[in-house]
Ligand binder design. Structure first.
Ligand SMILES: Cc1cc2nc3c(=O)[nH]c(=O)nc-3n(C[C@H](O)[C@H](O)[C@H](O)COP(=O)(O)OP(=O)(O)OC[C@H]3O[C@@H](n4cnc5c(N)ncnc54)[C@H](O)[C@@H]3O)c2cc1C
Length: 539
């Protein structure tokens, strides 16, 4: 029996499997492997981030969608083309296993590439998977909670400033949803004035939704501006720190929430294969077959599939299908047929598809888009958007859950429950620009810092003599250990002297390591008396 192996449980993989399932092929053993056991309807992620839909209601268990096809929840870590096998890590201990294939279908999507802007990787949120949306929702609610109680006005300003980078579909939908969520929640935060909340959208192109017509971009601009969202067009994001987004030469936007919807690349796994890549995607022919490899197929965001319908492109005379769910689903139809046609030695079908249209929700019951040749906007576009996505969700139970989530919106307030604890990241890298304060005297300890790049100064004023002591930290040095290990509040203020990067270990994780790893225990038992008793601290 021939083995068809499908990698990836997104639109491409799941729709391919569904198509093959429908064909009832008895001569094939078909298996789908994905690192999550659920299918995410990515267009709903901005709504998960804004709490319109709860995270578990926006996903569908893959096993329930594919009752006649094997499913394996595992991470693919190797594609061995020569031996026609795939390496996977599965089970509790993530043991290495190998699975042979006759036909391999790759639908692994793309990864966010945050290396395109300095500091973006360390300091920005992304909107690609369920975790991203869930974390963003919690972070935004946490910002509101902190802003409601802080007495530090500059911190409050940063906590109430939200920046989205990228004015395409996901950027526009994310900022629209975020604004609506905060708008609905703000009345419960008595110490926050609506005028203190700022939204910013940064786009490199000269219009929003650059994939669509100019008119649609202009309408989107008008609606978002009306919602008090500050739009920066023709603007390049130059750098990001943990406190600001740097744009044109001397301009920066203070913010603790920078959300990136830009930059995509192939996963490390695909880069490690010998398969041909262009623009971070596997190059296929018009049949969705990866070029020069007859038994390897690719579709969806990870594939560069020529679209025979569209007119020619400058350098290659080909037009490639855009990375959208709509196109991935259509490719799944053609690809699944072609895999069978190939084994029957029949002529393969070319991928030809004209988009039926595109719609975006702008929040506040407004939408925009184009259906066939007709432009739609406002409430009508928003209703069509809702109806279209509801019908597009590939599972009836998920459709019902999403529908009731939407319905509830009209009757009950938005849920503002924090569902993950404060500081749940044990390790994170952070960037600071020259002059930025990492923490100040009097604050409680939040973490332990190791300097990766740059330089910091530490000024201690709480000494018995009242004198100020200064200390400098360079690459490889660390700060923040004493208060975590000995208690009390920060006695010094740490300031970046240059553009710098740190690795921050959160308080609890650091304490566990320093108290249990003998080498660290010994090191700090000598380091603290040596460095701090000489300063004669008041506390
Ligand atoms: C916020 C947002 C909004 C969007 N809105 C729209 C919209 O309105 N309309 C539209 O048409 N498109 C929209 N898109 C784009 C659309 O969602 C994608 O084009 C589509 O999801 C691509 O499907 P895919 O199967 O190629 O990749 P994905 O959906 O990314 O699926 C890839 C799958 O592979 C799995 N995987 C990855 N690596 C491994 C590994 N090593 N081992 C095992 N499994 C792995 C992943 O977990 C995932 O299940 C949006 C995207 C985003 C992020």
């Amino acid at each position: 029996m021939k083995k068809i192996l499908i990698l990836g449980g997104g639109f491409g993989g799941v729709y391919c499997a569904k198509r093959l399932q429908k064909m009832r092929l008895n001569s094939f053993d078909i298996e789908l492997i994905s690192d999550n056991n659920y299918f995410v309807f990515q267009p709903l992620l901005p709504e998960v981030a804004s709490g319109t839909i709860s995270a578990s209601d926006a996903v569908t268990p893959i096993r329930q969608m594919l009752n006649n096809i094997k499913f394996r929840n595992a991470e693919v870590n190797l594609i061995d083309i020569k031996k026609k096998r795939v390496g996977i890590l599965q089970g509790f201990r993530k043991r290495q296993h190998f699975i042979q294939y006759d036909e391999l279908i790759i639908a692994l999507g793309q990864e966010s590439n945050l290396n395109i802007v300095p500091g973006l990787k360390n300091n920005a949120f992304t909107m690609r998977n369920l975790n991203d949306a869930y974390n963003l929702r919690n972070h935004v609610i946490r910002c509101l909670e902190l802003a409601d109680v802080t007495l530090d006005l500059s911190l409050k300003k940063r906590l109430l400033s939200f920046v989205v980078v990228g004015g395409g579909f996901s950027g526009v939908e994310t900022i629209g949803e975020l604004r609506e969520m905060i708008d609905r929640l703000i009345k419960y935060y008595r110490n926050i004035n609506k005028n203190e909340i700022k939204f910013h959208l940064i786009e490199y192109a000269s219009s929003l939704l650059p994939e669509l017509e100019k008119e649609i971009g202009l309408y989107t601009l008008k609606i978002l501006k009306k919602q008090n969202i500050k739009i920066f067009l023709n603007t390049k994001l130059r750098e990001v720190s943990s406190m600001r987004a740097y744009i044109n030469k001397n301009k920066s936007i203070e913010s603790n929430t920078i959300i990136s919807t830009i930059g995509s690349t192939a996963s490390k796994l695909l880069k490690s294969t010998q398969l041909p890549l262009k623009y971070g995607k596997l190059i296929t022919n018009e049949y969705c077959q990866v070029i020069d490899s007859e038994n390897i197929w690719a579709l969806g965001d990870c594939a560069l599939v020529p679209n025979k319908v569209a007119k020619s492109d400058k350098d290659t005379n080909l037009v490639y299908a855009p990375p959208t769910a709509q196109f991935a689903v259509q490719q799944a139809k053609v690809l699944s047929k072609n895999v069978v046609l190939k084994t029957l030695k029949r002529k393969l079908k070319s991928f030809k598809y004209t988009s039926r249209g595109s719609l975006a929700s702008l929040g506040s019951k407004k939408g925009v888009g184009k259906i066939f040749y007709f432009r739609v906007k406002g409430l009508l576009a928003w209703i069509i958007w809702k109806g279209f996505y509801l019908s597009f969700i590939p599972s009836f139970p998920t459709r019902v859950r999403v529908f009731f989530n939407w319905l509830l919106e009209f009757f009950v307030p938005r849920n503002a429950v924090l569902t993950n604890p404060l500081n749940n990241k044990p390790f994170e890298k952070k960037n600071y620009k020259r002059g930025d304060i990492v923490f100040e005297e009097g604050m409680i300890a939040d973490g332990f810092y190791i300097v990766q790049r740059g330089e910091f100064s530490n000024s201690y004023r709480k000494t018995k003599s009242g004198k100020t002591f200064k200390k400098k930290y360079k690459k490889g040095d660390h700060f923040g250990s004493r208060v975590i290990l000995e208690g009390g509040r920060r006695t010094g203020t740490i300031k970046a002297l240059k553009d710098s990067e740190v690795l921050k270990i959160d308080k609890q994780s650091f304490k566990i390591l320093a108290e249990n790893l003998p080498v660290m225990k010994k090191y700090f038992s000598e380091y603290l008396p040596k460095n701090f008793s000489a300063l004669k601290l008041k506390e």
